[in-house]
Design a protein around this ligand. Structure first.
Ligand SMILES: C[S@@+](CC[C@H](N)C(=O)[O-])C[C@H]1O[C@@H](n2cnc3c(N)ncnc32)[C@H](O)[C@@H]1O
Length: 448
C-alpha cells in the first residue's frame, strides 16, 4: 500500500515537473504535428500523438510492468499507434465503424513494397474504367455527390473490390474515405454534414478529380506507413513486416458489459465530450465515406443498418438515445455533486438542453463499471477531456468524471490543463467559443 502511494506521488511529481519547467509544456504547441499513420484520415477530435506518448512513457517510469494499454474510445487510434511505438500490447474499441477501419488499417501489416505495386494496379484499373454507372445508392446520394464525382468514386470502389488481400483493401478504403470527405458536396470546415453553396459546387465540379485525389492520398499514406515501419523496425518491433506485439480492435459499445476482466495495465483514452449531437458528430462525419466502403471489410458486426440515416451512428453513441434520459440520470445525480448542480442550473433552460446533458452523462456513467472491470487493480488511467458549455453553463466533465470514478474507489493522481493549439476542433464553427482547452486527468483504480 505504501509503495502504491509512493508510485502515485512519483508520477504526480514527474508529470508536474514538466510543466514546472515550462508552464505551456502540455499544450504541445510546436509538437502537435501528426506524422506516421496518424495522417490517414481527418477524424474529429484526435488527440495529440506525442502528448499521449509522453504520458504513457511517464507511467512506465513509475510502473515499469505496464504492458497492455486499453482505449475504450479508440477513434482513429492515436493511443494505439503510440502504444505500438513503445512496443506495448494494445486493446481498443469504438462504436463507430469508420474508427474501427482506420485503426485496423493503421495497425499493419506493413507490406509497403507489395502495397506500392498493388496501388499502381488499383489506380490504373480505376483510370481505365469508362463505365458511367454509379455503383452505390442511398437517400441523398445526388445531393451529396455530383454525377461526375460519383462515377469516378465508383471506379475506385470497383478497383478496390477486385483486390484479393483484406489488409490492402482496408488501406485503400481509408484512402477512399478521405477522398470522399474531400470530394463530396459537404463542407470540410465542419464535422457536420453541411451542403456547400451552389456556386461552390459548380466551381469545384470543374476542377476536382477523385482519382487524382485518391492517388495523392494513397501516396502520402504509403510514405507514412513506410516511415512508421522504419521507426518500429529500428526499435526491433517488426517481425516479417508485422508489429511484434499484440493489438486488438473491437467494434462494440463501451457501455455494454466488459469482454475482459482485470486485463489491462493502463487506460489511455479520450471519450466524447458530450457534443456529438451538436458540434462533433463522429457518426455524421463518417456517414458519406462509409456509404462507399464494403462494410464486410470492416467487421462482421457492421451492416447497412448502421447507415439507416445520417444520425444512426451518433444515436448509438454516448448521449445519442434521449428516451427517459432525465429519469435515468438520477443514478449519476447520486454519485456526482457537480452533475447535480449542473442539472439544477439547467432547470430553467429549454428542456432539450437538460435532456441532452442527462443522456450523455447517463451513458458515460454506464461505461465506467465496464471500463474499471477491464482494468487490473490499481491500474493508472489517463483521461483527456474537454469542458464545454450548454447555453451559458459550463459543464465540468473533468469534475463530474472525477466524482463518478471516486464513487467506485478510484483516486485522482493529478490533473493537467492544456490549451488546444490547433484547429482540430473545427474552430470555424460555433464550437470555437465552447472548447479551447483540455484537461488530462491522471487517476488510479482502487484495489478491487
Ligand atoms: C474523442 S473521440 C476519440 C478520438 C481518439 N482519441 C483519436 O485520437 O482519434 C471519442 C470516440 O468515442 C466513440 N464513442 C462514442 N460513444 C461510444 C460508445 N458507446 N462506445 C464506444 N465508443 C464510443 C466515438 O465514436 C469516438 O470515436
Amino acid at each position: 500500500m505504501i509503495k502504491d502511494q509512493t508510485s502515485s506521488e512519483e508520477l504526480k511529481q514527474l508529470l508536474n515537473s514538466y510543466s514546472n519547467e515550462n508552464t505551456d509544456f502540455w499544450s504541445f504547441r510546436d509538437r502537435a504535428e501528426r506524422e506516421h499513420t496518424h495522417v490517414y484520415f481527418q477524424y474529429p477530435a484526435m488527440m495529440v500523438p506525442k502528448m499521449q506518448g509522453q504520458l504513457i512513457a511517464a507511467v512506465r517510469k513509475v510502473a515499469p510492468g505496464t504492458n497492455h494499454i486499453f482505449d475504450p474510445f479508440v477513434g482513429s487510434g492515436t493511443t494505439m499507434a503510440e502504444a505500438m511505438m513503445q512496443g506495448l500490447n494494445f486493446t481498443g474499441q469504438d462504436i463507430n465503424p469508420l474508427a474501427i477501419l482506420i485503426c485496423r488499417a493503421k495497425m499493419g501489416p506493413f507490406y509497403d513494397q507489395i502495397l506500392q505495386k498493388k496501388l499502381g494496379i488499383i489506380i490504373n484499373a480505376a483510370r481505365n474504367d469508362h463505365n458511367t454507372k454509379i455503383d452505390i445508392d442511398f437517400p441523398g446520394r445526388d445531393k451529396w455527390f455530383q454525377p461526375k464525382i460519383a462515377i469516378e468514386l465508383s471506379h475506385i470502389r470497383k478497383a478496390i473490390l477486385n483486390e484479393a488481400e483484406l489488409w490492402c483493401r482496408r488501406f485503400c478504403w481509408v484512402a477512399l474515405a478521405e477522398t470522399v470527405r474531400l470530394t463530396s458536396n459537404s463542407r470540410t470546415s465542419t464535422f457536420k454534414l453541411h451542403i456547400r453553396s451552389e456556386d461552390d459546387i459548380k466551381k469545384r465540379d470543374a476542377t476536382i478529380s477523385p482519382i487524382n485525389i485518391f492517388e495523392t492520398i494513397t501516396k502520402r499514406n504509403l510514405t507514412s506507413l513506410a516511415k512508421q515501419k522504419k521507426t518500429l523496425k529500428d526499435k526491433g518491433l517488426i517481425v516479417d513486416d508485422q508489429y511484434r506485439g499484440y493489438v486488438e480492435i473491437k467494434h462494440c459499445d463501451t457501455a455494454k458489459p466488459a469482454y475482459n476482466v482485470n486485463s489491462y495495465d493502463l487506460l489511455v483514452t479520450s471519450p466524447p465530450y458530450g457534443d456529438n449531437g451538436t458540434t462533433v458528430p463522429y457518426g455524421q462525419h463518417s456517414y458519406l465515406p462509409l456509404q462507399w466502403i464494403d462494410l464486410k471489410d470492416i467487421d462482421d458486426t457492421v451492416g447497412a443498418e448502421w447507415l439507416k440515416t445520417t444520425k444512426e451512428i451518433d444515436s448509438r453513441s454516448l448521449g445519442g438515445a434521449k428516451d427517459k434520459a432525465l429519469e435515468a440520470a438520477s443514478d449519476v445525480q447520486g454519485q456526482s455533486k457537480s452533475f447535480r448542480q449542473i442539472m439544477a442550473e439547467l432547470k430553467d433552460e429549454p428542456k432539450d438542453r437538460s435532456v441532452r446533458v442527462a443522456a450523455f452523462y447517463r451513458d458515460l456513467n454506464n461505461c465506467i463499471d465496464p471500463i474499471l472491470t477491464s482494468l487490473k487493480p490499481k491500474a493508472y488511467m489517463i483521461w483527456t477531456v474537454g469542458n464545454r458549455r450548454v447555453g451559458n453553463h459550463p459543464i465540468p466533465i473533468d469534475q463530474i468524471l472525477i466524482e463518478l470514478l471516486n464513487a467506485r474507489g478510484a483516486v485522482l493522481v493529478t490533473r493537467l490543463q492544456r490549451a488546444i493549439p490547433t484547429k482540430r476542433m473545427a474552430l470555424r464553427n460555433k464550437s470555437s467559443s465552447t472548447m479551447r482547452s483540455e484537461v488530462v486527468l491522471v487517476m488510479k483504480k482502487g484495489d478491487e
